[in-house]
Write a protein that binds this ligand. Structure first.
Ligand code: SF4
Length: 378
């Protein structure tokens, strides 16, 4: 699991009406395989050494690309993820075929001996627009402890150097848990000396191998996001969160305090990712073709072997509901920020079994719509 979120290079300039991504997603995450040489403790894919039975074939993959091309202009961007996408024997062909259809592609490789400078140069020549790499700690002890393979920390820094030399934009993904949070300032210091496009902090959801780790509490997450929002104003790269959409509420509240009105906020760069959440601007295709609203929300709405991804994304009742924040329950339903934020639908589901429930990581009490007082524990 190497590309939990964020927005690849150069996309996101076109915002839909009312922040509802009804026509097409901004990003299709396609898990090419769940085969992977790492054994990360938080892995969504519960990646295995070998491909799963029923993995999409090359022919099925090409049909999926044909289908994605019918989303129309602007086309979604595809993130080839895994497992380790470098384990797909037909990766080069799929990248070329995506490019031939005018579809932009990013790659989320695992850091294993398969990731070489030559492989990265080849990916760039094949049209890959950006890559993402995971760095979960500022030291080998932190990072390799999460990733399960000694030496991955140093290898990740080397891969970052290669990408910089090859001029490939990089998003670094960092896991946020109750254990790793204290190390984040040191991770930032380490990254700030390197060339990178974006730092995306993935707030753990207790699914897959992630159940062995612990999420931050709402109070701690709020403090961390306030720190991030301050950092984002001077950082030499973009700062984003994954599965922590209320970072947008915190950014908007800070902007209001600086005197910006809502129209100004919506016109500013900070609004580029507003509205994007599981099923709204994001869709995920598993290695066997199951379609889910994101890689962290394991509610399959169909399978691309039998159905059109375009049809499932646009018309499946679950997908439609995820684009209608007025249907959300509890605080997220009443919240005046819900068009911009809407909460992590994946976390709501993980905690309650209901994709429309409130995001339990957010301690905000909405100001409107007859909010009832609620107790939130940190
Ligand atoms: S209550 Fe829900 S919609 Fe409002 S800021 Fe929190 S997570 Fe976002």
């Amino acid at each position: 699991m190497h590309a939990p979120g964020g927005h690849p290079h150069g996309i996101g300039a076109v915002r839909p009406e009312n922040f509802a991504w009804s026509r097409a997603p901004m990003i299709v995450y396609w898990e090419l395989t769940n085969a992977c040489g790492l054994a990360c403790r938080h892995c969504r894919a519960t990646a295995m050494p070998d491909p799963a039975p029923g993995e999409l074939t090359t022919a099925q993959g090409l049909r999926l690309l044909d289908d994605i091309a019918t989303f129309g202009d602007p086309l979604p961007h595809i993130v080839f993820t895994g497992g380790d996408p470098l384990r797909r024997h037909d990766l080069k062909l799929l990248m070329a075929e995506a490019a031939a259809r005018g579809i932009g592609v990013s790659l989320a490789p695992a850091v294993t001996p398969l990731l070489t400078r030559e492989r990265l140069a080849e990916a760039k020549a094949d049209g890959v627009q950006a890559i993402s790499l995971s760095l979960d700690g500022s030291t080998p002890a932190y990072h390799d402890g999460v990733r399960g393979v000694p030496g991955t920390f140093e290898a990740t820094l080397t891969a970052l150097d290669w990408a910089a030399e090859l001029d490939i934009p990089v998003q670094v993904n960092t896991l946020v848990t109750s254990v790793t949070a204290a190390d984040l300032p040191a991770v930032y210091e380490l990254l700030s000396t390197r060339k990178l496009l974006r730092w995306s902090l993935f707030f753990l959801i207790s699914i897959g191998r992630g159940t062995e780790l612990t999420e931050l509490g709402p109070g701690e997450a709020e403090k961390l996001m306030a720190w991030l929002n301050g950092l984002a104003r001077t950082a030499p790269f973009q700062v984003r969160t994954t599965e922590a959409t209320h970072y947008r509420r915190i950014a908007a509240q800070a902007a209001r305090r600086r005197g910006l009105d809502d129209a100004g906020i919506e016109a500013s760069p900070m609004a580029r990712g507003f509205g994007i959440r599981d099923g709204n601007g994001i869709v995920f295709v598993s290695n066997t073709g199951d379609v889910t609203p994101s890689g962290f929300l394991p509610v399959a709405v169909g399978n691309v072997k039998e159905s059109s991804l375009v049809d499932l994304y646009r018309n499946h009742p679950t997908m439609r509901a995820l684009r209608e924040p007025e249907r959300f329950k509890g605080r997220c339903g009443r919240c005046e920020f819900n068009r911009w934020c809407g909460g992590s639908r994946a976390r709501a589901y993980a905690w309650t079994g209901d994709v429309l429930e409130s995001d339990p990581l957010c301690p905000y009490t909405p100001k409107q719509r007859d909010a009832e007082p609620e107790l939130v524990t940190a």
